[in-house]
Design a protein around this ligand. Structure first.
Ligand code: PMT
Length: 217
């Protein structure tokens, strides 16, 4: 349908990977390109929303009309999300945030010595769990769940523990879908228990379908 109208809505979207420093030249990251989150931001602007996009490092251009906040690591993304949260009607967390960071960031470039090297990791704060402590009931909070097994069971677990309104379950074992490609196939899970399975779509088209579903328009 053509009824998607987001005018007057403030939408906050996160996109891309985070980089967790190991030393001054190295980091831990993942394959997120930012395409899914940027497509959501572009679509939301096109349908009239006022959009803030918090992005980890990507090679994508700033979508026009979007307020872009660039961050590098998970802590910076957390700070930016909490800063913007109270001004948002809707939050969509498409970013692939690192679950762990190196416990210590080496001050100097780590030298090559032994055959094996151990880097100890420390869990990052879960941004959506923090959001659930600060959100208001009328805000809509949407997470993604990137899963390579037990898609719906794991996604619904995240929906509950992170106290979300929707989770978008992303089967990343499918070919040409998910990380770093133009297409994605998802199942949208509502906290009321209903689900909507979508076919594999271009992320630009999928973004519109996701916005329709979560705003019920
Ligand atoms: O960027 P693309 O190349 O276009 O790829 C898109 C995508 C596959 C990255 C995207 O569609 C997607 O699935 N994003 C979520 C990836 C992810 O990290 O999922 P997760 O199951 O590990 O995390 C679940 C949710 O918790 C996510 O909404 C995530 O943003 C959030 N999270 C995770 C860790 C953390 N410390 N804080 C969080 O809030």
């Amino acid at each position: 349908n053509n009824h998607l109208n987001l005018s007057g809505k403030n939408i906050l979207i996160t996109a891309g990977p985070t980089r967790e420093a190991i030393d001054p030249v190295r980091y831990l990251t993942n394959h997120s390109s930012g395409k899914m989150g940027y497509a959501l931001a572009e679509a939301a602007v096109r349908y009239g929303a006022s959009v803030t996009l918090i992005s980890g490092p990507t090679s994508l251009d700033k979508p026009s009309g979007v307020n872009l906040i660039k961050v590098t690591n998970a802590q910076e993304m957390l700070d930016a999300v909490l800063q913007e949260l109270s001004n948002s009607d809707l939050l969509i967390k498409a970013a692939a945030v690192a679950d762990y960071r190196p416990k210590k960031v080496a001050e100097h470039k780590i030298k090559k010595h032994d055959d094996s090297l151990t880097i100890e990791l420390q869990k990052n704060t879960d941004i959506l769990t923090e959001v659930s402590k600060h959100r208001s009931a009328k805000q809509i909070i949407v997470g993604f769940a990137a899963e390579s097994e037990n898609l719906l069971v794991n996604a619904k677990k995240k929906l509950q523990t992170k106290k979300l309104d929707f989770i978008i379950a992303n089967d990343i074992s499918k070919s040409n879908s998910g990380f770093d490609v133009d297409y994605n196939q998802v199942i949208i899970c509502n906290k009321d228990g209903s689900i909507k399975e979508l076919p594999k779509l271009h992320k630009k088209q999928l973004a519109v379908e996701i916005l329709k579903e979560i705003t019920n328009s």
